[in-house]
Design a protein around this ligand. Structure first.
Ligand SMILES: [Fe+2]
Ligand SMILES: [Fe+2]
Length: 254
């Protein structure tokens, strides 16, 4: 998994009962994971195609096959849990559109790409381990504990080989390049997280402000208006300076 922004495993455990609280929610989350894994598979395949190093090509290709299999496993589990989710407004197809390649290898270059993969796999693995523990601890009739355990085991290989590549490059005298790549990836991830939090916070703040406006300010104006111009039946006086005293005035009232 390389495109997911996973929070810390402790946070995953804390929010899991809320996020994974019903079959529909569980199926939707699994479909989301499937889309992310499918997108990762495409990026790894592209990296395998573009690299000149046969050893790296083999690793990237195996990684791509793993991610494609994870996507299938997550999608199959989602459909087992909520079979109707497949046809619910084409939700699955919608997510598939988001299973897109980000062309990370071309954008980042080899060292930064591997640094990105390593950090993302580390977080992905710890997230899946936390979910494994969550589902094993509860009464999980869907075997999701075993599914997450299996996928976390395979993610460990992705963590290991990407970490080894970075360590090898450090030993070969490219420590500064590796350090810069890791720092840039960390910075980009932190910046993206900050933007995501900002978007969520902005959404809630806007709702709160508009709610307050509707509940506090509008009633205030309504009260002032009622005091100044109470509702009453029958004819009303015209505005001051617009009294209608003649037939011509009456004809101009509309
Ligand atoms: Fe992975
Ligand atoms: Fe994966």
């Amino acid at each position: 998994m390389i495109a997911v922004a996973a929070p810390s495993s402790l946070m995953v455990r804390l929010v899991a009962p809320l996020v994974w609280r019903s079959d529909v929610k569980i199926a939707a989350k699994l479909e989301g994971f499937a889309a992310t894994e499918a997108g990762s598979a495409l990026d790894m395949l592209k990296a395998a195609e573009l690299t000149d190093d046969p050893a790296l090509r083999r690793l990237f290709f195996r990684h791509a096959l793993d991610e494609a299999r994870h996507a299938q496993l997550f999608r199959a589990a989602a459909r087992r849990i909520d079979p109707r989710g497949r046809d619910a407004g084409g939700a699955s197809e919608y997510r598939l559109i988001h299973a897109t390649r980000q062309n990370l290898f071309e954008r980042y270059g080899l060292v930064r790409f591997v640094a990105f993969v390593h950090l993302a796999e580390l977080r992905g693995e710890s997230q899946f381990r936390a979910l494994r523990d969550h589902f094993r601890a509860g009464s999980d009739g869907n075997d999701l504990g075993e599914l997450f355990a299996r996928i976390a085991r395979e993610e460990r290989f992705h963590v290991a080989y990407s970490g080894k590549l970075l360590a090898d490059w450090r030993r070969e005298g490219r420590a500064r390049e590796v350090w810069q790549a890791v720092a840039r990836v960390r910075f980009t991830r932190a910046f993206d997280a900050w933007r995501r939090i900002g978007r969520v916070f902005g959404d809630h703040a806007t709702r709160l402000l508009l709610g307050l406006l509707y509940l506090v300010l509008l009633p205030l104006f309504a009260l002032i208006q009622r005091r100044r111009d109470p509702v009453r039946n029958g004819w009303k006086r015209g505005r001051r300076g617009h009294e209608m005293n003649t037939l011509t005035d009456a004809r101009r009232q509309f």
